[in-house]
Design a protein around this ligand. Structure first.
Ligand code: MG
Length: 381
C-alpha cells in the first residue's frame, strides 16, 4: 500500500509543500521531511505548546484531572482533522500543524480570560486569541538564532489565522489578504476549522456530563445526541454510566466526520476545484450537510445555555475576569512589575506587551502572579 506522504496520493486541490509560498526568512529545504512536517515539529517544540497543558478549555485545570485542557483539546482536533484529511487526500501534516497551533494564543481561563483581556485592550487594538496564535508563531516564540517566531510557511500561517477584522487584515500583509478579497484558505485550513468544532462540541458534552453540570436526561432532548443514544441503547440495553456516554459520543464524532467527508467531496466536485487557487476563490468547500448543520447548531445552543452559562461556570468566569483585569491594570500602570524580557518591548508598546505577557500565562501562573501582586501576608513580606 502506498503511503499518504507520497505526493501521488495527494489530491490536486490539496496544499503541496513543494509549491509552498514559502517562509518570511528563506531557509534551506529540510532533509527527510517536507516543509509542513518541519512546521508541525516546530510547533510541538515551542514553549507556547507546552503551556497548553495548563490552560483551561471550559473547566479550570484544578477542577479535576479528567477534564479537557487546551492541550488535549488541540490533540483531539488534530486527530479529527487528520482523519478527514486522509479521507479527502489532503495534506495531513498541514492540517495537523494548524490543529496543534490553533489555540496557542489562548489566554488563561478560556473564553472568560479572552473576553476580559479584550475589554482591557479596548483602546489599544483589542485582543483576539486567534490573532494572538499567529503572533505567537510569528514573533513571540524566541528560540531560533536567525529570526523571532517559528518562521512557518505561508500555508501554515494562513491556516492558523481563522478569522480577522478588515482593520487587522490590512496590517497583516500576505495572510491578511484573503479577508480583504473575501477568499478562502486552503482545504486543510478549512478542515482544521471544522475539526475544532467537532472536537469541542463532543468533548464538552462529555466533560459537561462528567462534571454533573448537565444531565443525561437534559442532553437526551438534543436530537443528535438522542439519535446516537438510541442506537447504543438498542445494541446494549443494559449499558449505563460512563460507557453509555462514551459509546454515544464516539458515534456522534464518527457520524460528523463521515458527514463532512461526504458533503465536502460533493462540494469539491460541484465547484470543479482543480487546484488550491480554485479552492481559494470558492465558498468554503469543507462543510457539513444541511441536516448536520442544523443538528450542530441545536447542540451548540444547548451547550451555550446549559453548560457555558451554568452558574458554576459563571462564577469561575467572574473570578477569571477579576484576575485578568487586575493583573492588566497593575502591569499597565507600572511596567516595572513585569519580568525583564517584557519590559523592553513595553517601552514602546506598553498595552500590547502586557497583553502578550498575560495571554502567555497558564491558569495557575496567573493565579500565582495575582497572589504575588495582591496578597499581603507576613510570610511573604
Ligand atoms: Mg479550539
Amino acid at each position: 500500500m502506498m503511503k499518504i506522504t507520497d505526493m501521488s496520493q495527494l489530491a490536486s486541490y490539496a496544499a503541496n509543500p513543494e509549491q509552498s509560498r514559502g517562509r518570511k526568512f528563506p531557509e534551506p529545504l529540510p532533509q527527510g521531511r517536507n516543509q509542513f512536517q518541519r512546521d508541525r515539529d516546530r510547533i510541538i517544540h515551542s514553549s507556547a505548546f507546552r503551556r497548553l497543558e495548563y490552560k483551561t478549555q471550559v473547566f479550570v485545570n484544578h477542577e479535576g484531572d479528567l477534564f479537557r485542557t487546551r492541550l488535549t483539546h488541540s490533540l483531539e482536533v488534530a486527530q479529527i482533522a487528520r482523519a478527514i484529511a486522509r479521507n479527502l487526500s489532503l495534506h495531513e501534516d498541514l492540517v495537523e500543524g494548524i490543529a496543534l497551533a490553533h489555540d496557542l494564543g489562548h489566554t488563561p481561563f478560556g473564553h472568560a480570560g479572552q473576553d476580559a483581556l479584550n475589554a482591557c485592550m479596548k483602546n489599544h487594538g483589542g485582543f483576539e486569541h486567534n490573532l494572538q496564535s499567529l503572533r505567537v508563531v510569528d514573533y513571540l516564540e524566541q528560540r531560533y538564532a536567525d529570526f523571532d517566531g517559528l518562521n512557518l510557511t505561508f500555508e501554515m500561517r494562513e491556516g492558523i489565522l481563522k478569522h480577522c477584522s478588515v482593520k487587522n487584515a490590512r496590517l497583516l500583509g500576505d495572510v491578511g489578504e484573503r479577508f480583504l478579497k473575501k477568499q478562502q484558505p486552503s482545504l486543510e485550513a478549512q478542515v482544521a476549522n471544522l475539526a475544532d468544532e467537532i472536537a469541542y462540541n463532543n468533548h464538552d458534552v462529555d466533560d459537561g456530563l462528567r462534571s454533573g453540570l448537565i444531565t443525561l436526561a437534559q442532553i437526551a432532548e438534543v436530537q443528535i445526541f438522542a439519535e446516537h443514544l438510541a442506537q447504543v441503547r438498542q445494541k446494549y440495553p443494559a449499558l449505563e454510566g460512563r460507557r453509555l456516554v462514551h459509546e454515544t459520543v464516539r458515534r456522534m464524532i464518527n457520524t460528523q466526520i463521515v458527514d463532512v467527508c461526504t458533503q465536502s467531496r460533493l462540494n469539491i466536485a460541484e465547484a470543479n476545484a482543480k487546484n488550491i487557487d480554485d479552492v481559494r476563490k470558492q465558498f468554503p468547500l469543507i462543510a457539513f450537510s444541511k441536516k448536520m448543520q442544523k443538528q450542530q447548531l441545536a447542540l451548540k445552543q444547548f451547550l451555550r445555555t446549559k453548560l457555558y452559562q451554568h452558574y458554576r461556570v459563571n462564577r469561575m468566569s467572574a473570578k477569571a475576569n477579576r484576575i485578568i483585569t487586575e493583573l492588566f491594570t497593575a502591569f499597565a500602570g507600572d511596567i516595572g512589575l513585569m519580568p525583564d524580557e517584557f519590559q523592553e518591548y513595553a517601552a514602546n508598546h506598553q498595552a500590547r506587551a502586557v497583553a502578550d505577557y498575560i495571554a502567555g500565562m497558564t491558569d495557575r501562573y496567573a493565579i500565582r502572579e495575582y497572589q504575588r501582586l495582591f496578597s499581603v501576608s507576613e510570610r511573604e513580606l
